[in-house]
Ligand binder design. Sequence first.
Ligand SMILES: C[C@H](O)[C@H](O)[C@H]1CNC2=NC(N)=NC(=O)C2=N1
Length: 97
Amino acid sequence: MAIARLTETERAEALAALPLWSLRADGLALTRTFRFADFAEAFGFMTRVAILAEKADHHPEWFNVYNRVEITLTTHDAGGLSTRDVALAGAIDGFGS
Ligand SMILES: C[C@H](O)[C@H](O)[C@H]1CNC2=NC(N)=NC(=O)C2=N1
């Protein structure tokens, strides 16, 4: 399903509202790295995010090593950032540290 990419203004507003997230160098994704006490905590977080992502039908790209979870949010259907990434980033912030 097609969804619009954020305009430059919308992207700037989104970044201002999500201070813990960074814009990937190409401007097409949001990134944030989370660190937890151990793997169990990290995987518990990933499980919560996975359930949310399934409900939203919007899925993160992520990389986990032990207690670290690197998340990249982008919208494949838009070829870049959309409101779905902003919404998911905000929701994920509610789970992480
Ligand atoms: C068919 C299904 O709705 C789409 O493939 C969804 C699934 N999850 C998705 N996740 C992300 N990150 N981007 C998408 O464009 C996307 N599209």
